[in-house]
Design a protein around this ligand. Structure first.
Ligand SMILES: [Zn+2]
Length: 458
């Protein structure tokens, strides 16, 4: 609460004061994150995954998991009160534990905290989640540092020193929405980061953002793929010569049209990281597969019947984060859908990988004829003159497609979108296209490509 009041007070203060305050916060965070044994451990993990044999991870993962489950079952009230089995090995034990949804975790309240570790200083984070349901989580400093080490190692793997100047396009609100003249960004001198206000992207401020990009010549860009896409689009539209050397996305599902835009405009690939409240869970290698981190978490992909989905088949991603005994999330239902790769990856990173992450379970719509349809972003594959779009299922058979048009948008594009939508949603549905000036974000500034008002979502 105190943090929220501080945020509000800072939004109302002059820009120089906001910048100074942001740097104070950054200094503290940087000191807290990038130090200690846990950070160094995280930093060396991806190297380990390249040099050691896959079987050795499996064994070490099993040992860590058993220890983590034993401590959780013995100390954490929520699990003490629930039947949790023990199998012949750690993985079999894990399979007998209940799944944990975000609603379960919220409902558990204090019961999900390790009583002794709760008394030590720790980090409290908040997330709106992609569904807008607020959720706060607690991390031990060790867990936080390990995560940062792992993330920095991921940048290093792709040839980026995290100390090089980078641009961050994240959900933090630090520039008042009504501000109409630059700067629309803050410089964080400790993380060497230029934080762009994504709430000002895609409009009149674009020229100022580009001027800042060119002047600072940032090395790489990180953040929400929807915002990265808007920035690439702005560079294209305004003919900017700026080229980042790399792009790292997180927090939202990356769509093909976003990857295409970045490739075409900036000439580089998006390296996506996958993680939620449960930290850094997987990251894309140079060949595009999402490699997991067996020494920090256990990833399961479960089919609808609750059984493990075989490679190549989609299922819900369920994660056990072994780094945070303070608030153990065991078999945490992420609400995201993905599939294991069918064959080992040739990139040299010796851990299992997901072939793709398809999006949220909520992005799949249920039609009156009983069909479930996902990957709806493909409806826009032919539309070149839209800035962004959102599909809303109003009733089981009524759909609204919100489109933010750009120069060149007209009846032809509209017809293409309608045709593509019909192919997927069938002829029994009613589909209306509405042109809108912008598409609202969630409380944390995340973009949702599909909203269904039919199925209540958690
Ligand atoms: Zn790979």
């Amino acid at each position: 609460m105190r943090k929220r009041r501080l945020e509000t007070a800072l939004l109302a203060s002059p820009h120089a004061m906001r910048a100074a305050a942001a740097n104070m916060v950054a200094f503290r965070l940087d000191r807290m994150r990038r130090r200690g044994e846990a950070y160094r451990q995280g930093l060396s993990l991806i190297d380990d995954y390249h040099s050691a044999e896959p079987e050795s991870f499996r064994r070490r993962q099993g040992e860590r998991l058993q220890e983590f489950l034993d401590q959780t079952a013995g100390e954490v009230p929520y699990y003490r009160d629930r039947p949790t089995g023990r199998g012949t090995d750690a993985f079999e034990s894990l399979a007998s534990w209940p799944l944990l949804s975000k609603a379960d975790a919220r409902g558990a309240g204090q019961g999900l905290f390790h009583p002794r570790l709760l008394k030590k200083r720790h980090y409290v984070g908040h997330t709106s989640g992609s569904t807008g349901t607020p959720f706060s989580f607690r991390l031990s400093f060790e867990s936080l540092r390990l995560r940062f080490g792992l993330r920095d190692a991921f940048y290093l793997l792709h040839g980026f020193d995290f100390e090089e100047l980078n641009v961050r396009l994240g959900g933090r609100l630090f520039i008042p929405a009504e501000r109409s003249r630059p700067p629309f960004w803050l410089r964080d001198r400790f993380a060497n980061q230029l934080m762009f206000s994504i709430y000002h992207l895609g409009g009149r401020a674009d020229a100022d953002f580009i001027e800042a990009l060119e002047r600072h010549d940032a090395s790489f860009i990180t953040g929400y793929p929807s915002s990265i896409h808007l920035l690439a689009r702005a560079c294209e539209r305004l003919g900017s010569s700026f080229r980042p050397r790399g792009v790292f996305s997180d927090s939202e599902t990356v769509h093909d049209f976003q990857r295409d835009r970045v490739r075409n405009v900036w000439g580089c690939e998006i390296h996506d990281s996958y993680g939620l409240e449960v930290g850094w869970v997987a990251g894309q290698c140079r060949l595009g597969a999402y490699h997991v981190s067996p020494l920090t978490s256990v990833v399961e992909i479960l089919a609808e019947n609750g059984e493990p989905a075989p490679p190549g088949e989609v299922g819900e991603i369920v994660v056990t984060d072994m780094t945070n005994l303070l608030m153990p999330l065991v078999r945490y239902r992420t609400g995201d859908v993905g599939a294991w790769s069918s064959s080992p990856c040739d990139c040299g990173w010796n851990t299992p990988s997901l072939a793709f992450i398809q999006g949220r379970i909520d992005d799949v719509v249920l039609l009156p004829d009983g069909r479930k349809v996902g990957r709806l972003d493909h409806i826009f594959k032919l539309a070149k003159c839209i800035k962004e779009a959102q599909i809303i299922q109003e009733t089981p058979s009524d759909f609204a497609i919100l489109v933010v048009p750009e120069d060149g948008y007209g009846p032809d594009e509209e017809r293409d979108i309608l045709n593509e939508a019909r192919k997927r949603l069938g002829s029994a549905t009613r589909i209306k296209i509405r042109e809108v000036p912008q598409i609202p974000r969630t409380a944390r500034g995340k973009f949702r490509s599909v909203i269904s008002k039919v199925r209540p979502s958690d």
